[in-house]
Write a protein that binds this ligand. Structure first.
Ligand code: NAG
Ligand code: NAG
Ligand code: CU
Length: 229
């Protein structure tokens, strides 16, 4: 099992740039329909450039509105946070308890709230996703408005094979407040942490040496990683 786990961890390292992560569908993400997955690990907004003087905003009701996400990993934890900072540079408020999603697919939370004082102001709704391949980010620029959304959009559903539960996640909790706009990748949870006691991963990683060691070893890692993702 240890060697399988280490292969998995190593495979993830090599796959992380190319693999699909998660998508923000609502509110409208900064990158629109053309998200650059390779930049998703850049905090606080992935490939999106947060700047309220330029970004297009959509209304978000402070007493309850929907945040629609789509996960392409089998499991991950989500933090939904918001800020009024015009460049999304800190001062983050947590807007929903941290949840764990199990199962690929849609998660839509129709009652995400923001502080009432934010009504009438512009800001950001931002998602941080602690995935097996590290911390991932997406943002939406919004215009906070008073009241609750009239109705839940028909696109707001939870996938049939998706289950959501509340959880704790130190890496995500560290992204609330002013401490930092992004987390060091070393705090991200994932299989690599559970292999730290075993000799196999260090052998593999030392032996291969990033970015790429022997072609054969890399191919095996990719295949195993892909099979298990
Ligand atoms: C942080 O945001 C709050 C609103 O939630 C605002 O009142 C406060 O001035 C902001 N602090 C800084 C340092 O920008
Ligand atoms: C999806 O699941 C979450 C967590 O159980 C729940 O709060 C939310 O209302 C569900 N979404 C829909 C559209 O039913
Ligand atoms: Cu990913």
């Amino acid at each position: 099992m240890a060697s399988l786990r280490s292969l998995f961890a190593a495979g993830l390292l090599f796959l992380s740039a190319a693999n699909a992560h998660f998508e923000l569908h609502q509110p409208s993400p900064l990158e629109g329909d053309s998200m650059d997955e390779s930049l998703q690990s850049n905090g606080p907004c992935g490939g999106g450039v947060p700047d309220l003087s330029k970004n297009t905003v959509t209304d978000f009701h402070v007493d309850g509105d929907s945040v629609e996400l789509f996960l392409l990993h089998p499991q991950a934890n989500y933090l939904i946070r918001g800020t009024l900072d015009e460049k999304a540079d800190g001062n983050w408020t947590q807007l929903f308890p941290i949840v764990q999603q199990s199962g690929r697919g849609a998660f839509c939370e129709p009652s995400v709230r923001a502080p009432r004082e934010w009504a009438g102001k512009k800001g950001f709704i931002a998602i941080a996703c602690a995935a097996p391949d590290g911390m991932l980010y997406q943002c939406a620029a919004v215009n906070f408005v008073s009241g609750a959304a009239d109705e839940v959009p028909s696109s707001c559903t939870n996938g049939t094979s998706v289950s959501i539960s509340f959880t704790d996640d130190e890496g995500l909790s560290a992204l609330v407040g002013d401490s930092s706009a992004s987390a060091p990748t070393t705090t991200a949870p994932g299989p690599s942490q559970s292999t730290s006691g075993s000799a196999a991963p260090s052998l593999m990683l030392r032996g291969s040496g990033l970015p790429i060691g022997s072609l054969a070893a890399t191919t095996v890692m990719l295949l195993v990683g892909a099979a298990l993702l």
